[in-house]
Design a protein around this ligand. Structure first.
Ligand SMILES: Cc1cc2nc3c(=O)[nH]c(=O)nc-3n(C[C@H](O)[C@H](O)[C@H](O)COP(=O)(O)OP(=O)(O)OC[C@H]3O[C@@H](n4cnc5c(N)ncnc54)[C@H](O)[C@@H]3O)c2cc1C
Length: 401
């Protein structure tokens, strides 16, 4: 139901944001308690991020979801909502609507056809529950007076007894992401954790860009490591730096100025690489040929220009081979920066989770004000975890409203 109400009607609940968490929360509260719910969003259609995610097929959850898949200053915060709404519950929901889906490597659930099918399910749930929508409606300001929230928008003013902030975070501004949720949090005195782009490509420094940008488009399996976090997955060269799942995953843990260590031979430890080189030395086979059996040829060629190594190892000392083995398994880079919010799938940081209840998502200091989804300082790894957080936090809040 679209609405263009301009006169003041007091809703039980206004949900700011028709994204993943906002839709889940709205359907839950309206369905369970028959409360009047209005969802406001400035986008012309609901859930733009679901629509384009996962290459248009939306990686909507994961078989195995654990608190360790999330980054949050308080690692215990996510436990309650995730345990009350496991991924199997969301899969049950989509199965009830006969969504065709597939489970890919790493337990990742994707729509078999279109992500828009998933949006349709959430919109249907909202319609059945009688949720009202006002899209193309920019939220301008929020006020709390006389025990009610008043929301000023481009389409007029709306009032509600309870307000849910589900406006997401800063990533992908071209999909209408804004920081309004942070502004509302600040206005009501909630603390914010500094935000940075997450699940984001990393840019080379000039030196490496000049050398490796010609590999743009090339993908290879690596083990990418930052501090004590490592991920063995595909890495993609871009014209500015590195992307692909391994880099996006590790970017969540990378901070400006820190090193990124890549093992381009992820099936080999340094010791195993040394053993392989010693065997090559004995057999007299060529090192570039051995590398070409494991790497794309273009990468081998540039690698050996940057890190010259003898082609035949017969006369290379074992000490030198040790050095080769280290170089081949520890490619140390200092990325210049990330590709920023324009290219980041998520935003690290946000509303401090110490400020809200992990059971109801209500602010501890401001009555009837709730924060769910990505606006909170909760960030999932790649693999459907961010949507699972949106579903779980939306559901927990919806049940509490
Ligand atoms: C390119 C991309 C791909 C992704 N792929 C995946 C994936 O495959 N799997 C996964 O788990 N996660 C993925 N994510 C992350 C996931 O999309 C988010 O974590 C999730 O959408 C967050 O849900 P949310 O409800 O908190 O916010 P959102 O879904 O971002 O919803 C926020 C809503 O608030 C609205 N809004 C914001 N400001 C205003 C304002 N001032 N006035 C009115 N409305 C406003 C927005 O229009 C939006 O509809 C991806 C993200 C991106 C950018």
């Amino acid at each position: 139901m679209e609405s263009s109400v301009t006169k003041l009607k007091v809703y039980d609940v206004i949900v700011l944001g028709a994204g993943a968490s906002g839709l889940m929360c709205s359907a839950t509260v309206a369905y369970n308690d028959k409360k009047t719910v209005l969802v406001l969003d400035h986008a012309p259609k609901a859930a733009a991020k679901i629509r384009i995610s996962g290459g248009g097929k939306c990686n909507f959850t994961n078989v195995e979801v654990s608190p360790t898949n999330f980054i949050c200053q308080n690692p215990h915060f996510v436990k309650s909502a995730l345990s009350r709404y496991p991924s199997s519950a969301f899969v049950e929901l989509v199965e009830r609507h006969s969504l065709a889906y597939e489970v890919r490597e790493g337990g990742k659930y994707f729509c078999a056809e279109r992500a828009s099918d998933l949006i349709q399910i959430l919109r249907t749930e909202c319609d059945w529950a009688g949720v009202e929508f006002s899209l193309k409606t920019t939220i301008q300001s929020v006020q709390y007076r006389g025990g009610k929230y008043s929301v000023k928008t481009s389409q007029g003013e709306y009032e509600a007894l309870k307000l849910v902030v589900a406006t997401g975070a800063l990533s992908f501004p071209k999909l209408k992401a804004t920081g309004i949720g942070y502004d509302i949090a600040k206005q009501f005195g909630l603390n914010l954790i500094e935000t940075t782009p997450g699940l984001v490509p990393l840019n080379f420094s000039d030196k490496w860009q000049a050398r490796f940008s010609e590999l743009s488009g090339l993908s290879m399996k690596v083990c990418a490591q930052v501090a004590d976090h490592d991920f063995t997955e595909a890495m993609l060269f871009t014209h500015k730096g590195l992307s692909g799942p391994a880099i996006l995953q590790v970017s969540n843990y990378w901070k400006q100025g820190e090193r990124l260590t890549l093992n381009p031979l992820p099936d080999f430890s340094e010791q195993q690489a040394l053993e392989a080189l010693l065997a090559l030395k004995l057999s007299g086979k060529s090192l570039p040929k051995w590398l070409n059996e494991r790497w794309p040829k273009r990468f081998t060629q540039i690698w050996l220009e940057v890190y010259p190594m003898e082609a035949v190892l017969s006369n290379v000392s074992n000490e030198r081979l040790q050095h080769y083995a280290k170089q081949l398994t520890h490619w140390v880079l200092f990325p210049a920066n990330t590709a920023g919010y324009d290219k980041a799938e998520v935003t690290l940081g946000g509303v401090d989770t110490d400020e809200v209840s992990s059971k109801t998502f209500e602010s501890k200091q401001q009555p009837n004000l709730f924060f769910i989804g990505e606006v909170l300082d909760v960030t999932g790894q790649l693999g459907g975890f961010n949507f699972q957080w949106a579903w779980a936090s939306g559901m927990a809040c919806g049940l509490a409203l």
